[in-house]
Ligand binder design. Structure first.
Ligand SMILES: Cc1cc2nc3c(=O)[nH]c(=O)nc-3n(C[C@H](O)[C@H](O)[C@H](O)COP(=O)(O)OP(=O)(O)OC[C@H]3O[C@@H](n4cnc5c(N)ncnc54)[C@H](O)[C@@H]3O)c2cc1C
Length: 468
């Protein structure tokens, strides 16, 4: 699909809507619901036959500080602590204005979905994801991204928000001042339709599904499996380039070092957080697994055959069984149980001695050779899963201001173009090691909420104010 920007001040369309939202993932649907609250009509345009996106493939865990759900559990958290955690993980290189905006907006966003649309948020309080200092991962009871998209879509349907599916936006039509007048969209039959608008939000995620752009911006992941939605093929980046807009943090992405192979299923990093380890096919550890799953992607890809084995024990396996993704992997046969180290070595295809030594080094109270304090040794029976490193989604995109308005290199906003979620730069700095768990849905949902408030304000419906 070619993505173009065309100039025609006389642009005409069959249909007009105040706001066009491109993409029906977490970002697009949150934008639409927030616009509804502020009495602004919109049309969501989605290339797939049903909304899914990377959101649907995700675990659906959204970090937020200061929500009603946290207060119900007496979890003491603050946006300031959350901001600190984000910046610490990003080595203090995350765009400060977006960190501030998103951490302030995400709690009102989740509270709004709870109060107005009946979302029942639960909080993962079994363990802390690396880098988070408080229990703040919000999820619906199913603990899947699919459930999140379904809940958002169903709320949109109840609010009579039109979601135009099987409709791929391929052209933005602008006037000589770069005001977006409307779009062309292509149907699977090849038929083309036009819609005009007063404002547009790019919520069509990043470029993980576009191998050319991956090669250009993050060449180290060019051979990695892409675990995200293939329809996210860089439309926003390609339009931005043609509009002469600024792109930012293009070296950032969420990788994952725990993608079951050959089954292609995400294995929760909770296994590592709880004391599991990764070993290569020589039976050796190769990094500090407590750092984070994003940087683990590259560490795994650099091992022989680009694979590693997750190794854990019964105590960890019991916790893993509470995760739907893990249960799918288990049902698919990814998880192997080994009664002894010898059996484990057989499954891994490695010599027994180095593996025995690897296991024997676990359990010290002092940092080990990789800088990790493993706390306890693993005990037989062992469980193991073969994994590889995957690219989940890109974190670079359009540079936006604190209202999610697209910026040009001179720092000026365009008249009516907003971008959020994976289409815009994130809050992970410019490197994959800067990704703190949940930064993806944080940017998508808080960004969608903020963009909608800004549009409502610009279209004269409501004052710009972040509140649930
Ligand atoms: C396996 C996996 C697990 C993850 N787990 C988590 C997690 O637990 N927590 C977290 O915070 N993040 C997680 N992420 C990241 C998270 O999924 C994304 O950051 C987030 O879903 C981005 O939301 P979005 O709305 O921007 O994009 P998407 O959900 O991808 O939605 C974009 C939509 O735009 C549509 N689209 C694209 N181009 C066009 C076009 N030209 N015309 C019309 N429609 C178009 C796409 O079809 C898609 O439906 C995970 C990612 C993966 C892959």
């Amino acid at each position: 699909m070619a993505f173009n920007v065309k100039t025609d001040p006389q642009f005409q369309a069959e249909i007009h809507t105040p706001v066009i939202i491109v993409g029906a993932g977490a970002c697009g649907l949150t934008t639409a619901l927030t616009l509804l609250k502020h009495h602004v009509d919109c049309v969501v345009i989605e290339r797939d036959s049903t909304p899914s996106g990377s959101t649907s493939l995700s675990s659906g865990f959204i970090p937020a500080a200061g929500t009603q759900a946290q207060k119900r559990l007496s979890i003491e958290d603050s946006p300031a602590q959350f901001a600190q955690d984000i910046q610490h993980k990003a080595h203090h290189t995350a765009a400060p204005h977006l960190v501030k905006t998103y951490i302030e907006a995400i709690a009102p966003t989740l509270d709004f979905l709870e109060n107005d649309h009946g979302f029942k948020w639960e909080i993962l309080s079994d363990f802390l994801y690396p880098g988070h200092h408080q229990y703040r991962m919000h999820t619906l009871s199913a603990k899947t991204g699919e459930a999140l998209v379904q809940a958002l879509e169903s709320a949109c349907k109840k609010g009579d928000i039109p979601i135009l599916t099987s409709a791929c936006v391929n052209t933005l039509w602008v006037d000589e001042h770069q005001r977006v007048l409307g779009v062309s969209l292509q149907r699977p039959t090849g038929e083309v339709e036009r819609i005009s608008c007063d404002a547009i939000v790019l919520a069509c995620n990043g470029y993980g599904g576009n191998p050319e752009l991956v090669k250009q911006f993050i060449p180290e992941m060019v051979h990695a499996t892409f675990g995200g939605h293939t329809g996210n093929d860089g439309a926003a980046v390609l339009w931005a380039q043609q509009l002469g807009l600024e792109l930012a943090d293009m070296g950032a992405y969420q990788g994952h070092g725990s993608w079951a192979t050959p089954h292609g299923i995400l294995i929760t990093w909770a296994l590592m957080v709880q004391g599991g380890i990764q070993v290569n096919k020589l039976g050796l550890r190769f990094h500090d697994e407590s750092c984070g799953y994003s940087e683990a992607s590259l560490a795994v890809l650099q091992q022989p055959d680009s694979i590693a084995w997750q190794v854990f024990d019964q105590e960890i396996e019991t916790i893993a069984q509470t995760f739907p993704d893990y249960r799918s992997a288990y049902a698919a046969g990814s998880v192997k149980r080994c009664e002894t180290v010898e059996q484990l070595a057989l499954v891994l295809g490695c010599p027994v001695e180095p593996l025995k030594q690897t296991l024997a080094t676990l359990g010290g109270a002092e940092p080990d050779g990789w800088g990790r304090v493993t706390q306890r040794a693993l005990v037989a029976p062992y469980f193991t899963i073969k994994v590889t490193g995957a690219l989940f989604h890109t974190q670079g995109g359009l540079n936006v201001d604190a209202q999610c308005r697209a910026l040009n290199p001179q720092g000026n906003t365009l008249p009516n173009l907003w971008a959020a979620g994976g289409a815009a730069r994130g809050v992970s700095g410019n490197h994959m090691s800067g990704y703190l768990s949940g930064n993806g849905l944080l940017s998508a949902m808080a960004g969608g909420f903020v963009a909608a408030l800004s549009i409502a304000s610009q279209l004269g419906q409501e004052p710009l104010e972040i509140s649930p």
